[in-house]
Design a protein around this ligand. Structure first.
Ligand code: FES
Ligand code: FE2
Ligand code: FE2
Length: 488
């Protein structure tokens, strides 16, 4: 049986009007009628019963018990049909009805498969969840424990980045004090300087989390470990061996890959470790979203480094400037979850959506089909990261709203207004376009969030100490798509 994870988003207003989708799911199974395409059956005919799609089930991925991510549930066949067994406490749910022997009810949605008479293609329609309008598909991805889809090729060049200090022997699971909770894993990973070991530990920790092998998330525990102020990184990677002024010309493609590989490896672990303990009401779905993001970012790193090795063995990862721009934003936003979500996930990551298509186009024009494939995988993942940023930003606004209400305060928290305030406080300068309006909108970020918006952080106090290298780094990361690419 194959399995596909479908992420979708509704218009922002729906969240305000109807409340939190997570809460709705806990209270039962909100559902609407099927989308309009099926309301006009005259244009479609039913798929034949022997169609390979005659048995399709759609079930909400958050378990109604304590919210485990059920996309990795075991699926078992029994006399009554197929059941999904939650990986955390092994409760079973009928895939068709959502019913569990425990009395709990998972949300399931009606599905119809119809053959389009025009192109003869079987199309799947599902009931839209209630409490939202303008549902859009953000992502459809085959669920796989495989690290990458497709898995990264074995690097053709040297497998090591520079002369890495020999830390290869350090085990993925530390021998003394192995982490038992997700929070402990997050802090261990943030304190792991070697990027390859970081990737291995991320894969391992996410697997343990998804399969219910951790004792808990651990964010409610008073002894949850604190994340480091600055994530540690290998000495080697701060020691650049390529003169940045030479990065511009012959090695442009390599420079782009290098800059892209460097982004975001730590951000998703940091948000979990930093804000989990300060927000004990964060539900498991938050950690499901951000562990997925951590795994994606590790995948991106591996795919990009693998392409970098293949394309330019003489400039392995770590040989060019390693950008630290995101860390600055992380520091600025380290005391507020709303600010962190706004600046890192809805400004920086959303900017990625704008520039990726042009980057992909450049690799395509160079005939580099393999990098195009890699970048397309990355782009699709990044849309889901912005979606997660938006989802939890809206959630945090609602929490604040509830607090206000309880404490008898009148003011209501509007996500758009609040986002714009956060950007003013935590960002410097204009939010630059051109925008990938379509991809942003799919992630829930409608133009009212970001149009004509200027950050005022540090206005009036210009930095004097910016070095030539930093300027090159900045232009690489922030303007990676604007680089003029020349080929050898
Ligand atoms: S059975 Fe799914 S979270 Fe407990
Ligand atoms: Fe990424
Ligand atoms: Fe990302």
């Amino acid at each position: 049986m194959s399995r596909i994870l479908l992420s979708s988003s509704a218009d922002t207003k729906a969240y305000n009007d109807e409340g939190d989708l997570i809460k709705e799911a806990e209270n039962g199974c909100p559902s609407n009628k099927l989308p309009p395409a099926t309301e006009n059956p005259s244009t479609t005919t039913r798929a034949s019963p022997d169609s390979p799609y005659s048995q399709i089930y759609v079930m909400e991925s958050a378990c109604p018990h304590l919210g485990a991510d059920m996309s990795h549930a075991d699926i078992e066949e029994c006399e009554t049909g197929a059941i999904a067994v939650c990986p955390w406490h092994r409760y079973d749910f009928d895939l068709r009805t959502g019913k569990s022997e425990t009395g709990l009810q998972a949300c399931t949605y009606r599905v119809e498969v119809e053959t389009d008479p025009v192109d003869g293609v079987d199309k799947v329609y599902m009931e839209a969840p209630k409490g939202g309008t303008g549902w859009k598909v953000v992502e459809l991805r085959p669920v796989s424990e495989e690290f990458a889809d497709p898995p990264p090729k074995k690097p053709e060049g040297p497998t090591k980045s520079l002369d890495e200090p020999e830390k290869e022997d350090e085990p993925v699971v530390p021998v003394t004090n192995p982490p038992k909770t997700l929070m402990q894993w997050a802090v261990l990973i943030l304190n792991t300087p070697n990027p390859r070991l970081k990737v291995e530990r991320t894969k391992h920790a996410v697997h343990l989390f998804r399969t219910g092998k951790l004792s808990s998330i651990g964010h409610k525990s008073p002894s949850a470990p604190r994340p480091p102020d600055v994530p540690s990184r290998e000495e080697t990677y701060s020691r650049n061996v390529v003169d940045p002024s030479k990065v511009k010309n012959r090695r442009n493609r390599a420079a782009m890959l290098h800059a892209l590989a460097n982004i975001e490896q730590w951000a998703s672990w940091d948000i979990m470790a930093r804000f989990g303990p300060t927000h004990p009401n964060l539900p498991p779905a938050f950690f499901a979203d951000f562990t997925k993001m951590a795994l994606d970012e590790s995948k991106h790193f591996s795919l990009l480094v693998s392409r970098l090795n293949a394309l330019s063995p003489s400039t392995p990862y770590g040989s060019m400037p390693v950008h630290a721009g995101l860390w600055e934003s992380a520091t600025v936003t380290s005391t507020s979850l709303l600010s962190r979500l706004a600046i890192i996930h809805l400004v920086h990551e959303a900017r990625g959506l704008d520039v990726n298509p042009a980057t992909i186009e450049k690799f395509r024009r160079a005939g580099d089909a393999e990098t195009v494939d890699v970048m397309e995988i990355i782009h699709a993942d990044e849309v889901t990261h912005v979606t997660a940023g938006h989802r939890w930003f809206v959630w945090a606004c609602q929490q604040e709203d509830e607090r206000n209400r309880k404490e008898g305060r009148e003011e209501r928290v509007d996500p758009v207004k609040r986002f714009r305030e956060e950007v003013k406080r935590g960002w410097t300068g204009e939010i630059k376009g051109p925008f990938n309006v379509e991809a942003r909108e799919r992630a829930g970020l409608t133009p009212e969030f970001y149009q004509d918006l200027r950050g005022e952080l540090g206005i009036g106090a210009p930095r004097q100490d910016i070095s030539k290298e930093e300027k090159v780094e900045d232009s690489l990361v922030n303007g990676v798509a604007a680089l003029k690419v020349e080929y050898e």
